[in-house]
Design a protein around this ligand. Structure first.
Ligand code: ZN
Length: 283
């Protein structure tokens, strides 16, 4: 509803025009009714009424501010925005994919709302909310280097003219090598480990635990990862396909579900090997 009230500030500019607002309003209406009903049920059944009561109050406030009929309150355009819509879409999409997978394969003998879920959700929230600034900081090194090496455009055209399947394997190989070196350096260099130890402070593992990462490392990791994606001139299709596949690889779905011990992902292998490192016990 806040996205409907302040789309200029709270939605990603590049995708704002693609939303079907009619469907979003219907979905929001259903969510508000369900949230109020669940809040009332919680108040009726639980000894502690705080949580259910708070939920009902939030729904009432949302309804007073317009609910599913809320419309934009500001007309002016804003160059700066936060990705509240990006956070919600990420949460819904990834949750819909990974929560059933984790239940199905029973690799997680813990509830969805396990200990520390709020902390991990907070990291997930922050990295999604600041999507614009994170994207800018992550892509700037690649864009600057692309401009500075315009003389290599012939080489990039040659790379881009290769079969897409070959380019896809190349992008997997290049990014894995870069990420492996990046990841290892965060173990080998003590002051970098102080940042990386945040990532390994999670006591409970599930799909959202990987979001626990220091912003400094998040920016550097994305900046380094995008270098081998952009500099060689690999096709846009391959870069987009890689991002989708990489999501599953980083979350180690394959490793977890088939109990395969082969290092499917080099960055994940760096984690496994690093458990042998004396630095690994620093957290
Ligand atoms: Zn690690």
């Amino acid at each position: 509803m806040l996205c409907l009230l302040y789309p200029q500030w709270l939605t990603v500019a590049d995708v704002r025009g693609y939303y079907n607002v009619g469907i979003i309003r219907v979905a929001l209406h259903v969510v508000l009714i369900a949230a109020f009903a669940l809040g009332a049920t919680s108040v009726a059944l639980r000894k502690t009424r705080l949580l259910g009561g708070a939920g009902m109050v939030v729904v009432l406030i949302a309804t007073l501010l317009g609910g599913s009929r809320a419309s934009a309150r500001l007309a002016e355009h804003s160059d700066v925005y936060f990705g509240l819509d990006f956070f919600l879409l990420n949460l819904i999409l990834l949750g819909t994919i990974f929560i059933p997978i984790e239940r199905l394969f029973k690799r997680q003998d813990q509830p969805v709302f396990r200990d520390d879920w709020r902390e991990d959700l907070f990291y997930f929230f922050v990295s999604s909310l600041f999507v614009q600034s994170l994207a800018y900081l992550s892509l700037t090194p690649s864009m600057v280097m692309l401009e500075g090496t315009a003389w290599a455009s012939g080489f990039r055209q040659m790379i881009a003219s290769q079969p897409l399947l070959l380019q896809f394997f190349e992008i997997m190989l290049f990014t894995d090598i870069v990420q492996y070196g990046f990841h290892r350096s965060f173990y080998e260099i003590p002051w970098l480990w102080r940042f990386h130890s945040v990532h390994h402070s999670a006591q409970k593992m599930d799909w959202i635990a990987g979001s626990r990462m220091h912003l400094f490392e998040t920016i550097l990791l994305r900046a380094f990862t995008t270098l081998p994606m952009y500099l060689p001139g690999l096709a846009w299709t391959c870069r987009t396909g890689f991002v989708c596949v990489h999501l599953f690889r980083v979350l180690n779905v394959c490793v977890r579900t088939c109990e395969c011990q082969i290092p499917i992902s080099l960055p994940a292998e760096a984690d496994r090997r690093a458990t042998l490192s004396p630095l690994a016990s620093r957290d």
